[in-house]
Design a protein around this ligand. Structure first.
Ligand code: C2E
Ligand code: CA
Ligand code: CA
Length: 571
């Protein structure tokens, strides 16, 4: 009897323990935010636990009812989910999958755990969690990593990586990738004049319009500020460079309407480069497209420039020259030539223009017309220009001392040199160092020095002229020549550009302009000089209409100092 009682007490105690454990597990399940599905292989039975009813409107007790789960997820996730839920089929013990619900932006994560005994599955627990929030946060992070928040277009980094993918595929399949770079003309004026908000709105409007070109093989990016990029893999059909540009230009004929009702019209400058014609790497391709886009902008607004063979050659040439130029500054491979200028009446020597020559390491002479613009772009014109000033004044001082001559030394000065803060001081100290008269030095400047800061340039020119240095306005008639500002310029000499002289004998309109120019120069109390005079007839005509001075091949080409010395010695 006692034995019986003992057994009963034991059973009671065990039951109590069991229900305690059960209560504990139940509590764990109910307080967790997951739904659970338990499966017993021995019983072939499912039990739902935890938040099941919060997640699903159906219960699962039988294996066939799992179909309910497959039905509720997006089609793309059915197979992966099946693999996870029937994990035991491939002998694994744990796996998980993230699935999106059909027609809902809800993400569910299914986790499956199988327990084996002696190699046989005995229990399976499937947990389901709602991970929509985490996914959204990830997506936002991804969005920020890939997209430009202002336009919703790809940002530069992601665009470059996708373009890289296009290029990789094109290499593999012998295909083409076109890159179109688009820059809104005068955007700075819009932003400065109408404000940042309007500027941003315009970028959004234009970006929205460009977004329409997006396709499987076409990606669009807001690269930076007012620059957009479109890359096309295997251009064909609607998605060709020509077609896209046509659509853009057609759209830009209509204004863009801002929210406040204002309308804005824009034009764009476009550069196009293609893989593999222009470049064989992604970054080179971008560089090429950017180079021609800038070219399009420099040349004329609202235009398209293609990176084709001539541009490539020009570019390679410029790069080669740029590199050599840097060496040349070190190695002092420059020499000076001098071209005489004469009074047209007396035919006496008035002065010489200093013209720079560059002898590269192979002994070839490279024209300043080729390298000066490059030196101006990369800044090497500053040390080069300083050398020209010092060397030419030194040479002139020697001639003065040796031959007792006196004339004007005309030195070409680039806008960049002129903008250097110590330009005036350095020049004056060089003049003092070699003990020459300020009036013997003339600076040839072009209208480009006046573009940036008219007022401060005028001040500098005045201080130079007050010191006694002459100023000559070079290439007159080629720049943004306006007769109206001539009066304000503290100049001594006006140099009529060679292009006038070239046609003056054939074209009566040019003659009218040249004559009125010379009369005006006289009225302003300045001197006139004609450059590029090659023929006797031109000289006679210029003399007859009162041009003070003449420079050109007719009287003397630019020559090395030894040759000029022969002329000076004979004076
Ligand atoms: P520029 O100042 O207009 O110089 C006149 C150019 O016309 C020179 O070319 C000269 O050789 C050329 N020329 C003179 N007479 C005739 C002629 O009768 N017929 C023809 N066909 N050409 C003539 P160059 O020496 O090639 O210089 C080209 C340009 O390079 C110069 O144009 C000037 O803008 C720039 N340059 C030359 N030396 C210097 C320099 O030391 N510093 C700076 N900043 N620029 C320079
Ligand atoms: Ca000149
Ligand atoms: Ca000139």
């Amino acid at each position: 009897m006692n034995e019986m009682r003992y057994q009963l007490d034991l059973l009671k105690a065990m039951n109590q323990k069991l229900s305690e454990k059960e209560r504990m597990y139940r509590l764990l399940c109910e307080t967790s935010d997951a739904a659970y599905l338990y499966y017993s292989f021995a019983k072939n039975e499912f039990t739902t636990l935890g938040k099941w009813s919060d997640f699903f409107e159906f219960n699962i007790t039988d294996v066939r009812e799992l179909a309910n789960l497959f039905e509720m997820v997006d089609e793309a996730y059915v197979m992966p989910l099946r693999d996870v839920l029937f994990l035991e089929k491939n002998g694994k013990d744990q796996a998980s999958v993230e699935c999106m619900q059909k027609n809902k932006k809800i993400w569910l994560q299914f986790n499956c755990h199988v327990i084996y005994e002696n190699g046989q599955p005995t229990d399976k627990l499937i947990s389901v969690k709602n991970i929509t929030k985490r996914k959204a946060q990830n997506e936002e992070l991804l969005y920020m990593a890939y997209y430009d928040s202002m336009t919703g277009l790809y940002n530069r980094n992601y665009f470059v990586s996708q373009l890289g993918e296009f290029v990789r595929r094109a290499k593999e399949n012998n295909n083409i990738v076109s890159l179109i770079m688009i820059d809104i003309d005068d955007f700075k004026n819009v932003r400065d004049g109408m404000g940042m908000v309007v500027g941003d709105e315009l970028i959004q409007l234009f970006g929205n319009f460009l977004k329409e070109f997006t396709k499987e093989n076409v990606i669009v990016s807001h690269m930076n500020s007012d620059v957009f990029g479109i890359a096309i893999y295997d251009p064909a059909g609607e998605s060709t460079v020509d077609n896209i540009i046509k659509v853009i230009q057609k759209r830009n004929k209509e204004p863009y309407y801002l929210v406040d009702g204002q309308s804005l019209s824009i034009t764009v400058s476009i550069g196009v480069a293609e893989f593999p014609e222009a470049a064989t790497s992604t970054l080179d391709l971008i560089n090429c497209a950017e180079i021609v886009m800038i070219k399009a902008k420099d040349k004329a607004r609202n235009s398209v420039h293609y990176f084709d063979a001539p541009v490539l050659n020009e570019f390679l040439h410029a790069v080669e020259i740029e590199n050599k130029l840097k060496e040349a500054v070190h190695e002092q491979n420059f020499i000076l030539y001098f071209q005489p200028q004469y009074y047209s009446g007396s035919k006496d020597l008035r002065g010489v223009e200093v013209l720079l020559r560059w002898r590269d390491n192979d002994g070839r002479i490279i024209s300043p017309a080729t390298f000066i613009p490059i030196a101006e772009r990369n800044g090497t014109i500053i040390p080069i220009g300083q050398w020209v000033v010092e060397e030419s004044i030194k040479t002139y001082a020697r001639w003065k001392a040796q031959y007792g001559v006196r004339f004007v030394l005309s030195i070409n000065i680039s806008a960049l040199q002129y903008n250097e803060a110590d330009f005036v001081d350095t020049l004056i100290s060089t003049i003092k160092k070699y003990n020459v008269e300020p009036a013997e030095i003339e600076l040839e400047i072009t209208e480009s020095v006046l573009i940036d800061d008219f007022e401060s340039v005028i001040e500098k020119l005045k201080s130079l002229r007050d010191y006694g240095i002459k100023i000559s306005l070079d290439d007159f008639g080629t720049g943004f020549s306006s007769l109206s500002y001539l009066k304000q310029l503290p100049i001594n000499t006006l140099k009529i550009d060679k292009s006038f002289i070239d046609t003056v004998m054939q074209d009566s309109a040019t003659r009218v302009i040249t004559e009125s120019l010379i009369n005006m120069v006289k009225a302003l109390g300045l001197e006139s000089i004609a450059e590029g005079v090659e023929e006797e007839q031109q000289y006679k005509y210029l003399h007859a209409i009162g041009c003070d001075m003449i420079q050109g091949y007719l009287m003397g080409k630019p020559m090395p100092p030894e040759d000029l010395e022969c002329i000076i010695a004979g004076l």
